[in-house]
Design a protein around this ligand. Structure first.
Ligand code: ZN
Length: 301
């Protein structure tokens, strides 16, 4: 029994063939291409699917960036990356073409389920997942299921306003959490302070080398992240928060900084037993979660 799992991102499409125990048998990555049309995307997806069709396939699980209505199988909103895909038929077209069950869910929700199935949240039925990268994404897992809200867009923590009339966000609003706590924001803070255009990797090297100006910027940035985390913690009183996205490579170094900045932002009863962990499945989280969701929807797990 195998699932074709696909993770549609802004610049590339990751895919894999996964069995019902969560083992990735094969995987690959292709560029989404320059042509921003639904037809182009469907062609790319068909190419991937047809590679594996002769295998013992039980369905296709898709993780996608953007706001996803998983009931309708459509992308219903998001930044410029997915503008051309909004409200276009995607799941229904693939179902009809391949006569297989097809599901689609938001990428952060899939990543959270991937971590629940095979990663850092194994055995945890309730937890919050926060992905910090170019933007900030979120997922709420309750009783082993993603809570998606009435329109499928619950848990978009990146767009909680943390500064009134603050910095403009890609979503069109001002002062959003992701405009302050994302890695793009760290890059911007460095640029504003030093005039340098450095990427995240180099900035972290300087922070690890204890170069004061970068450490100070890092502390300010961690304080922003902790500010958003405190809001989430006050709402959910979670036992576990998983930090995913590019920054998860910083491991305990980042977690310890965040704990320090959270110290005076949350009350004692929220701190009891609270665990902050980094995600373990890395770039595979999306395809694992999409495969898990397909198995779950089909009653195979
Ligand atoms: Zn926003």
């Amino acid at each position: 029994m195998k699932i074709i799992a696909i993770d549609i991102g802004g610049t590339d499409i990751k895919f894999g063939l996964i069995d019902q125990t969560g083992i990735i048998l094969q995987k690959g990555i292709v560029s989404t291409g320059k042509e921003n049309t639904i037809e182009n995307l469907l062609d790319k997806l068909s190419e991937i699917i047809e590679k594996y069709l002769d295998k013992d396939i039980v369905g296709i699980g898709i993780s996608s960036t953007g706001q996803v209505d998983s009931k309708e199988g459509k992308i219903i909103g998001g930044t410029d990356i997915v503008k051309h895909l909004i409200n276009k038929e995607l799941v229904s077209v693939l179902k009809e073409k391949y006569k297989l069950p097809v599901i689609m869910e938001n990428d952060v929700n899939c990543a959270a389920l991937g971590e629940f199935w095979m990663g850092g949240a194994k055995g945890e039925k309730d937890f919050i997942c926060l992905t910090i990268g170019t933007g900030i994404g979120g997922a709420i897992v309750l009783n082993g299921e993603v809570y998606t809200g009435s329109n499928g867009v619950a848990g978009e923590f990146g767009h909680i306003q943390i500064e009134s009339n603050g910095r403009k966000c890609g979503c069109g609003k001002k002062g959003c959490y992701e405009a302050y706590g994302s890695t793009s924001s760290l890059v911007r803070l460095v640029n504003e302070t030093t005039g340098e255009s450095l990427n995240g990797k180099i900035i972290f090297e300087k922070i690890h080398n204890n170069e004061k100006i970068y450490v100070d910027i890092y502390e300010k940035w961690c304080d922003y992240i902790a500010q958003g985390l405190s809001i989430i913690i006050n709402i959910f009183n979670p036992k576990l928060i998983l930090i995913g996205g590019g920054v998860s490579a910083q491991g305990d170094f980042l977690l310890n900084s965040l704990k320090k900045h959270l110290e005076n932002k949350i009350g004692e009863n929220y701190k009891k037993g609270l665990e902050l962990k980094v995600a373990k499945t890395g770039n595979d989280a999306g395809i694992l979660g999409a495969a898990y969701l397909l198995l779950k929807k089909e009653g195979l797990i």
